[in-house]
Design a binder for this molecule. Structure first.
Ligand code: PEP
Length: 253
């Protein structure tokens, strides 16, 4: 059985007080609603991890996640946060290769391989993001583009490692734009990603990996998107900043 996962990516938003308020509301709503079979991950900015960790303590289906980690293990890299620091702090998940990091911070497929390896070595679960920009979608080469991202960053991993990853398919043209992929477009790409993983690692491993959709996922479209057979949940940006919206997405399965 694949895990159903809904992860909230707060990006660079919210003060500590606002983050605490949001987390408390989510914790209360999630406790009240029947969401036990859904793994919920909160990915606040690094400086809010401590506050969020305290508030989710004792809630057994909410996990702490980070938005990034360094591609270096340790050393003179001012301003960076390593995978081992996150692990030692009690972080369980880490988003790797978000399109904003690829675009604004020059993260390359090979740099992402190093991040994934360090995350795995330290016992973190990487949420590995892939997805095509608009021009690639429009010229019809999106499947090749995304499968190439996966091959270049991940296909050097051993079987026992790849199966510990969560994949997030996030078409860049749908992120923060209000323009979501249709559920059929999401399903088509998720199936393509799963087939691609199966071609390298076999059907059993691919069938057991969770593939999340991300890109303007909201309460009013989550049910439809999550109903597709290869969609195992969502990576949620904007809507993860509103407790009611986020919880409604969690209960959309
Ligand atoms: C994201 O940035 O991962 C994301 C999916 O953002 P949004 O939901 O706002 O499109």
């Amino acid at each position: 059985m694949r895990k159903k996962i809904v992860a909230g990516n707060w990006k660079m938003n919210l003060t500590q007080t606002e983050g605490q308020k949001l987390t408390s509301e989510i914790v209360n709503m999630i406790k009240d609603e029947s969401t036990q079979d859904v793994t919920v991950v909160l990915n606040p900015p690094f400086v809010h991890l401590q506050a969020v960790k305290k508030l989710i303590e004792g809630v057994n289906n909410i996990y702490l996640g980070a938005q990034n980690c360094s591609d270096k293990a340790s050393g003179a890299y001012t301003g960076e946060i390593s995978a081992s620091m996150l692990a030692s702090f009690g972080v369980s998940y880490v988003i790797i290769g978000h399109s904003e990091r690829r675009e604004y911070f020059g993260e390359t497929n090979s740099m992402l391989t190093d991040k994934v390896k360090l995350a795995l070595e330290n016992g973190l679960t990487p949420i590995f993001c892939c997805g095509e920009p608009l021009d690639i979608r429009e010229n019809g080469t999106h499947a090749a583009y995304v499968t190439n991202q996966l091959s270049e960053s991940l296909f050097g991993l051993e079987e026992q490692d790849i199966k510990r990853l969560v994949i997030a398919y996030e078409p860049i043209w749908a992120i923060g734009t209000g323009k979501t992929a249709s559920s059929d477009q999401a399903q088509e790409m998720h199936a393509t990603i799963r087939e691609h993983l199966a071609s390298k690692y076999g059907k059993e491993i691919a069938e057991n990996m969770s593939i999340l959709y991300g890109g303007s996922c909201k309460p009013d479209n989550a049910k439809d998107i999550f109903s597709k057979p290869d969609v195992d949940g969502g990576l949620i940006g904007g809507a993860s900043l509103k407790s009611r919206d986020f919880t409604d997405i969690v209960t959309s399965f």
